[in-house]
Design a protein. Structure first.
Length: 133
């Protein structure tokens, strides 16, 4: 049904239902594949927030820290005003720092609006302290 009704509200609901089913069964491989399809097909849907957060957690469970950092960054970049967006940016930046990718962390933090700079400053301090590792 998701493929037959692709691009419609019914297709969106069907694909999200398939994603949620895989997620609830803890079938990470199929949840990841279906989640990526959902984000690609329905990138402006508010459900993408849940999908990206789930993809990030699944990547963490699979020890795919690059993938988790990318999913958290995408969540922040797509939905910067979402209540969980700043936490997603912080998690992405922290993962990138721990992976030795300070440039990616800095690029993301540079996109945090001025009103949120206090938190961004704490990220930069954390980055400087991690450099000494």
């Amino acid at each position: 049904l998701a493929d037959a009704r692709s691009g419609t509200m019914l297709g969106e609901q069907a694909l999200f239902a398939a994603f949620a089913t895989y997620r609830d069964k803890k079938d990470l491989a199929n949840a990841t594949e279906t989640g990526r399809r959902f984000v690609s097909a329905y990138g402006k849907s508010p459900k993408v927030i849940d999908v990206l957060a789930t993809l990030a957690r699944a990547a963490m469970d699979l020890a795919d820290y690059d993938g988790a950092a990318a999913a958290y960054a995408e969540l922040y970049l797509r939905f910067p005003r979402e209540s969980s967006a700043l936490d997603a940016a912080r998690t992405s930046a922290t993962l990138n720092l721990m992976l030795g990718n300070a440039k990616a962390a800095q690029e993301l933090l540079d996109r945090v609006p001025t009103a949120r700079r206090d938190t961004a400053r704490s990220f930069r301090r954390r980055r400087r302290s991690l450099r000494s590792w």
